[in-house]
Design a protein around this ligand. Structure first.
Ligand SMILES: [Zn+2]
Length: 207
């Protein structure tokens, strides 16, 4: 016999799939919604639905956006001569909050991780190549800053990008740099404090 109604079990199951949420926290959240007025659950459901229906990927950088091209790619104030390659949209948020970068971004959608079955084909390298070519059509030089976590996966991804650039016919117009290792190995870029991020950004070196 089930202890909880199926509808409650379903909510706990879904909440438990969220990053950093274990079964106990999921149950506590579900009880919170049960105890609170009905509007809390409805409001949450509505904002999630709204996000789901409105948010798309920017066609240029693949950051989250509610317009076909995001506000960063669209801005005339951003420098298209520097392209910062990151793992996910939260890394863009980290850089923007630190206020240290005025170029444009490219969101790979993950890192190469053979252990997790994520190879180059699962990531947006084809799109990255197209974006690099597009930027080089507009300008004769480009700095690509590889801003990925200092981990085995980060290393594998950085060297893949380096090789991708080396194989471009326009490779002599491109400089590839990597964030300095001010970030501790295994650190998650999106959680780095702004000063650490700033230091590793300013101390970036050629790859
Ligand atoms: Zn964009």
């Amino acid at each position: 016999m089930a202890v909880l109604p199926l509808s409650v079990e379903k909510v706990i199951e879904e909440l438990g799939k969220l990053p950093g949420v274990g079964p106990k926290s999921a149950a506590r959240m579900a009880y919170h919604f049960l105890r609170s007025t009905r509007k809390d659950a409805t409001r949450l459901a509505n904002v999630l639905l709204e996000m789901d229906s409105k948010v798309i990927s920017c066609g240029k950088c693949f950051n989250v956006s509610d317009t076909p091209t995001c506000s960063i790619c669209d801005s005339p104030l951003r420098d298209p001569k520097t392209l910062c390659v990151v793992e996910d949209p939260l890394d863009v948020v980290a850089f923007e909050n630190a206020g240290i970068y005025k170029g444009v971004y490219f969101v790979l959608g993950g890192l190469i991780s053979p252990a997790d079955g994520i190879g180059a084909d699962e990531l947006r390298f084809k799109e990255l190549k197209a974006r690099i070519t597009e930027l080089l059509d507009q300008d004769s030089s480009l700095e690509i800053i590889i801003a990925v976590n200092p981990s085995l996966e980060g290393e594998a991804t950085a060297s893949y990008v380096k090789d991708l650039v080396a194989n471009l016919p326009e490779h002599d117009m491109v400089t590839v740099t990597r964030l300095a290792m001010g970030l501790p190995t295994g650190a998650d870029l999106e959680y780095a404090d702004q000063l650490t991020l700033k230091r590793s950004f300013e101390g970036r070196s050629m790859l």
